[in-house]
Design a protein around this ligand. Sequence first.
Ligand code: TXE
Length: 503
Amino acid sequence: MRAALGSVCAVAPLDASSTLPTQRSLIAGERVASTSGECFETVHPGNNSVICQVEQAGEAEVDAAVVSARAGFEEWSSMTAMDRSRILRRAVQIIRDRNDELAALDTLDAGRPIAETSSVDVPTGADVIEFYAGIAPSLHGETLDFPGGFARMRREPLGVCAGIGAWNYPIQIAMWKSGLALACGNAMIFKPAEVTPISALALADIYLEAGVPPGVFNVVQGDARVGRMLVAHPGIAKVSLTGEVTTGQAVMAGAAATLKKVTLELGGKSPIVVFDDADIESARNASLTNNFFSTGQVCSNGTRVFVQRGVYEAFLDGLAERVAGLRVGDPFDPETVIGPLVSREHHTKVMSYMELARASGARHIVGGDLPSDPSLTSGNYVTPAVFADCDDDMGFVTDEVFGPLMAVLPFDDETEVIARANATPYGLSGAVFSRDLARANRVANAIEAGSVWINDYGTLPESVPFGGYKHSGIGRENGYHSIEHYTQVKMIYTNLGGVDRYM
Ligand code: TXE
């Protein structure tokens, strides 16, 4: 029997005019009316029309979510790891079967082009759950033998974990956090960003349909107030946030009172370094994709493009025409490359940075305007922009714009560019383009970031860790290393003799 995906999806295929019934929190397998008496709305960024109302969770709902997650955890963690693995793999299959339905939900709620959500967001989320479902049965401890006994190191789940999502990749973030948490035997209470509250509910429906016990994956709806309740709750052992740096600082501070474990996936302002001997076409393609995919709303984007002076003009040559040719339009149109920004508020912020760039004295290469197409005026659209001859201290070069604004900066030598690339509080990602792999690896070693690519940008298989240095975060997601963030090791020593003396 199909899960109640229908309660989230309209019966007909979704489009820019779709609406949905009022959405709620999902606790212990049921949609739960809120006691807060508050509702908020979520809109389609392509026309700012209201999709639906959403009930804001109150303290009572958060407490109920923790109680049911605790009960769910007892059941889930008492299963064999192979049973958990089978259920998660069943969820993966359902996700893949409904790939396009799930993708359409985030296209509706986040405005991300359907070409992206259907080929990247949902598949990469499913891949991560599948990766961890594969690891689950092999999670184990170790033993050490001693003359009079032995020590057993037992790897245990944490219990009830909280996931707090950002709005740019709603369902992928929910899948990345929950796949890891559940595969390690934990329960998770997930709060989606209030800007994109819908698709996490569809994931919860699928987990239930696959056989995840009620309570093991709960969804609580609401804004920062609900996030703060989760961070403060004594019944939650760990919180994982994807969001801005300032939010990460607030979460870490709030978690201190209950000494929760914290993992933070925060913002970035990452460098792409292009040397004279680089394959310029590759460097240009990587720079375009990793500035304009998702309309630039990607934390790991390479938004500071450093190009060595000998190839600087060659790199810029033809860029204006290529960027101007990126199709801006309705995110439900499969041909659309540049969709709307997620909200009017974010659009205003990004446009302010475009104005700042224009006034900065940087060379305006292309874009940064409202589109001329009259059918797009009701949406949060901006044309992708490139500015060159930028100075490192210009505001749109130091700050995370989180929009389609590429800054190009000339440099002379390796030592200089490493210093400039690292002169930022962020440390999420970076890339080096050079045919000299010794130099490329030397520079990659020196870049202070959690993910660095050589002659590439953004390849991120489910089996490699992702996360930031410095203000870009704490901990990792994906890959084997991240198991450490959702399990804990207990040492149990067995004495094979007696305690035959004292003092
Ligand atoms: O973040 P916000 P947004 C970053 C990206 C950008 C930001 C955009 O770089 O900076 O996310 O997403 C909740 N206590 N990444 O605007 O505002 C809030 O309700 C507890 C990095 O959503 O920080 C929302 O659910 N919770 C990432 C969530 O935090 C609080 C990839 C994030 O909100 C809270 C994608 C509080 N005090 C985006 N305040 C990566 N590195 O992988 C807010 N929230």
